[in-house]
Design a protein around this ligand. Sequence first.
Ligand SMILES: Cc1cc2nc3c(=O)[nH]c(=O)nc-3n(C[C@H](O)[C@H](O)[C@H](O)COP(=O)(O)O)c2cc1C
Length: 179
Amino acid sequence: MEFYKVINTRRSIRKYSRKDIPKDVLERVMLTAGKAPSGRNRQNWKYILVYDNKIRNKLVAHCLNKRFIINCPVTVIVCGNVIPDHNRGKYMGKYGSVMDAAVTFDHFTLAARAEGLGTCWIGRFNNTEIKTILDIPSDWNIVAISPLGYPEDENAFKSCGNRINYDKLVSIDCFTSKE
Ligand SMILES: Cc1cc2nc3c(=O)[nH]c(=O)nc-3n(C[C@H](O)[C@H](O)[C@H](O)COP(=O)(O)O)c2cc1C
């Protein structure tokens, strides 16, 4: 699919069909997620694909009871490995692992879209509880969660959602452009 079409038609999908995702499609999406850049090419991320319904049911309670995260073929969780602050400059240091995981997750959502698959970036979850459920080591944190599957509504990808216009998005020379 053409690059800008992927960008312009990606939407957060909250209703999924039960149609299985072919193995080769899923692998393509995950490998594309792994092509994302990261600081010093650390690739300090890890995806957990959760299929087991017993485990998935436990996750829901820690995602504001949003059942759509498991009403799909697979629930995808990206974790970031904590990077010591000094490896990333002073101010940005503590955000390093979150930035890297966010970049790969965006690649993931776009690759999924290119394959006709829906995602919904979930940022509201209980990191501590889900880490325990999934046996995630202490030096890793969950950065994002998403359901993955084909949308129930085949028109779900019609257009991009509302976005601010160019003038609000971009300013010239300083934060507020001067005439
Ligand atoms: C960092 C981040 C966190 C988000 N967290 C949630 C969330 O917890 N629950 C949810 O339903 N959607 C969540 N979303 C999805 C946004 O609501 C959605 O991307 C936004 O409304 C724009 O809609 P669109 O993705 O369809 O273009 C999140 C998106 C991002 C990027």
